[in-house]
Design a protein around this ligand. Structure first.
Ligand SMILES: Cc1cc2nc3c(=O)[nH]c(=O)nc-3n(C[C@H](O)[C@H](O)[C@H](O)COP(=O)(O)O)c2cc1C
Ligand code: SF4
Length: 468
């Protein structure tokens, strides 16, 4: 039986563990911060002086920690893009928008262990010489925002935040900013626009890479809630020790949310690459309902490409000696390389399970309606394409489709991604369509063909066309 490896979730859901600072302190909270701020300078064998901030940055780089918000970009490398000599203020933003469907991990941290996030943020801000930081929280997380504000006030009272933190002369303020409820507010440049008080239109990269031209056109670090919590553990354990967890290119632990047609949906913290999709679904999430068989798995949030049960996947990386092996869906280790080799991704760490009772046409329609609703509308391929795909799927799911709709969907989906749009939403809305339709083409064609046969048998229905 596989077990979790709880670093971030260590205390969460333990009986008697509460989100107030007294409880956090009783469990060793803010001790890592205290130690880190007193690290002092270090002189390299070459005689270069490395101060405490740079030492923390080096630990994070050594850890290989990848961002947990979706793109999986190495955190230390991202921090390395910040120009400390630009003379501009450097900002840090915690992305607590948690808008990817299937993802519900950040909310657990915000509600149940907010001080862990604050400690991770103070460490990250100190390491990057940030004096003003924001937590951009999804508007619907009313309780989370309230708890965060209370926790920030507690941290200030205890000297972990504000002026002269722990007597070191370091000043930092953190503000909570509530979003207004839109998926695109989670995209880092849309988030920055929103934080500046504007509509959350993603910015064009280049030139608007947050590390260079971010908030108020200043260098800005945007990190996910879980990433910033992981920083706290990297500093506590040391980067090298953290890097020994997980796989060489995807180290550490991560929180995986399992939902859909499983008996025990929930969030589980696992050592990356040491637990398979099968163990996550069948052991940690309790398996499928009685008598059901697995049909498909969306392994990394709704925008990740769906994987079909019964397919075989070749894994090139991450194997001892670099050997190629072939495995089934449930034997795929949960890590970036393995899911990448299988043609999908870990994304936001959200696994959505579909059993053989699931209607894949209806499932994809549901996903595509979401994307059509959430497109910000700046780019024609995304604005028009996401809407067309939703419309075609609506008629197909509503028994008014055509057999050729499967090809039509692919035709539309293929014209949205690959650099044609300002942000990765273009990929996010087309990948589900591309993968569902190519892997379950017979389901889509059968649904369309049945509707055509129905209309042919009932001439009065012939005028049925796209609903708007
Ligand atoms: C459409 C879209 C929505 C996103 N939503 C979120 C989100 O809700 N939370 C999040 O942390 N990252 C989200 N991201 C990723 C962010 O743009 C960014 O990469 C991330 O916050 C960086 O943090 P990390 O490096 O710690 O993962 C989204 C990206 C896109 C393209
Ligand atoms: S890809 Fe879509 S969501 Fe992103 S900027 Fe363009 S229209 Fe907006």
């Amino acid at each position: 039986m596989v077990t979790e490896n709880r670093l971030i979730l260590k205390h969460i859901d333990q009986s008697g563990y509460t989100p107030d600072i007294e409880c956090y302190l009783r469990h060793g909270g803010y001790e890592t911060l205290g130690r880190a701020l007193k690290l002092g300078d270090y002189t390299t064998p070459e005689g270069r002086i490395v101060d405490a901030a740079e030492r923390i940055r080096n630990e994070v780089k050594t850890s290989g920690l990848r961002g947990r918000g979706g793109a999986g970009f190495p955190c230390g490398v991202k921090w390395g893009f910040i120009d400390h000599k630009s003379g501009k203020p450097i900002y840090l933003i915690c992305n607590a928008d948690e808008s990817e469907p299937g993802t519900f991990k950040d909310r657990q941290i915000l509600h149940k262990d907010p001080h862990q996030l604050i400690e991770g943020m103070v460490l990250s801000c100190y390491a990057n010489r940030v004096h003003l930081a924001y937590i951009y929280i999804r508007g619907e997380f009313v309780e989370g925002a309230w708890l965060l504000n209370r926790s920030l006030a507690e941290a200030r009272r205890h000297g972990f935040l504000g002026k002269n933190i722990l007597g070191t002369g370091y000043d930092l303020e953190i503000h909570v900013h509530r979003g207004a409820g839109s998926y695109i507010c989670g995209e880092e440049t849309g988030l920055i626009e929103s934080l500046e008080g504007k509509r959350a239109y993603p910015r064009i990269k280049p030139p608007y890479f947050p590390a260079i031209l971010g908030l108020y056109q200043c260098p800005t670090i945007v990190n996910n809630v879980e990433t910033l919590c992981a920083v706290r553990h990297v500093v506590e354990m040391g980067g090298a020790a953290y890097a020994r967890l997980g796989t060489a290119s995807d180290p550490g632990t991560r929180i995986v949310c399992v939902s859909g047609q499983v008996r025990r949906p929930g969030y589980f913290e696992i050592e990356i690459g040491k637990v398979t999709l099968g163990q996550l679904i069948n052991e940690l999430a309790g398996g499928l309902r009685e008598g059901r068989k697995l049909k498909a798995v969306i392994p990394g949030g709704s925008s990740a490409k769906v994987l079909k049960a019964g397919d075989r996947y070749k894994l090139k990386n991450n194997q001892p000696g670099g050997k190629e092996i072939e495995v089934g869906l449930l034997d795929l280790p949960y890590d970036a390389d393995s899911l990448g080799a299988a043609g999908s991704m870990c994304g936001s760490g959200a696994i959505i399970v579909l059993d053989d009772s699931a209607d894949v046409v209806a499932a994809l329609e549901n996903i595509s309606e979401f994307y059509a609703h959430e497109s910000c509308g700046q780019c024609t391929p995304c604005r028009e394409g996401s809407l067309w795909m939703a419309k075609v799927l609506r008629r197909l799911a509503g028994d008014e489709g055509r057999k050729a709709d499967a090809d039509l969907l692919m035709h539309i989906a293929n014209q949205i991604p690959n650099g044609r749009t300002i942000c990765a939403f273009g990929e996010a809305c087309s990948w589900p369509v591309q993968s569902f339709v190519s892997k379950f083409k017979e389901d889509f064609e059968r649904k369309g063909a049945e509707a055509e046969a129905h209309r042919a048998a009932a001439p009065a229905n012939i005028g049925a066309t796209l609903k708007t």
